[in-house]
Design a protein around this ligand. Sequence first.
Ligand SMILES: Cc1cc2nc3c(=O)[nH]c(=O)nc-3n(C[C@H](O)[C@H](O)[C@H](O)COP(=O)(O)OP(=O)(O)OC[C@H]3O[C@@H](n4cnc5c(N)ncnc54)[C@H](O)[C@@H]3O)c2cc1C
Length: 253
Amino acid sequence: MHRALEGLLGAGSVLPGETPLYLSDATEGRGLRGRADAVALPETPEQVATVVRWCHDNDVPLVPRGGGTGFAAGAVALDGGVVLSLERLDRVRSFEPLLWRTCVEAGVRTATVRRLAREGGLVFPPDPGAAEQSQIGGNVATNAGGPHAFKYGATGAWVTGVEAVIMPGEVVTVGGPARKDVAGYDLRSLLVGSEGTLGVITAVWLRLLPAPEAFLPVVAFYEDAAPGCAAIETFRLSGRPVGQVTSVSLASA
Ligand SMILES: Cc1cc2nc3c(=O)[nH]c(=O)nc-3n(C[C@H](O)[C@H](O)[C@H](O)COP(=O)(O)OP(=O)(O)OC[C@H]3O[C@@H](n4cnc5c(N)ncnc54)[C@H](O)[C@@H]3O)c2cc1C
């Protein structure tokens, strides 16, 4: 399998299946480790399509892998087959600050997308907790949330288009850069959160927002959860915008 894939992708683009880095995700702490026959590291959507087609034609299981931060072992090959890592699809294809949008490949890290937006005076609101390691493709594949989802919604709310490779190895595009693109079926939403079951995401179009003029953190202390929740409700009903609510329980020693 290793040699066949190497013949298709070239030397250095396939690792042995037992490479430890690709056999676990955030479930590792619970003792879960997988078993793969090969790890493919394609660099382009066309190479992703080549791997998908080969797996299809040879009836080999395929597991797409982003940053490996998931808590559900979705990126872990449990029954052998090919782990397809998106890490080398890491190009920013376009960044248009004046149009509040960007198109990035699936392997770009979440933190890189957020930094890119910030440098252009914008924000990409989704903030799942492992942003330095997770990839935007993984975020879209899991429709990741994070504290900002309270105000801004989960990752899918910021995706206007998806490029993906579907079986038996075809690169397709659903949606695109435009915010309003509503003709036909909403296949973009079908791919968001599909965790690799419908296709391998290779790039996404994201909408961005102008950065707010100021962030004003407010910290309040309550004796119990009930008055704390009541305070949040009161604040919400006041109509003031709330970006994020984080509750911390300080257990008494
Ligand atoms: C410290 C920590 C904090 C976290 N905080 C949050 C949080 O606040 N909110 C939240 O929602 N999650 C959170 N997570 C979970 C995790 O970070 C998210 O689910 C994240 O979106 C996974 O991205 P990833 O690139 O690591 O994907 P992976 O873990 O590699 O993969 C996750 C799933 O997506 C599939 N997949 C990955 N890339 C692609 C692709 N390009 N195409 C198709 N399928 C793909 C995989 O097959 C797998 O099923 C946290 C995890 C950690 C470790």
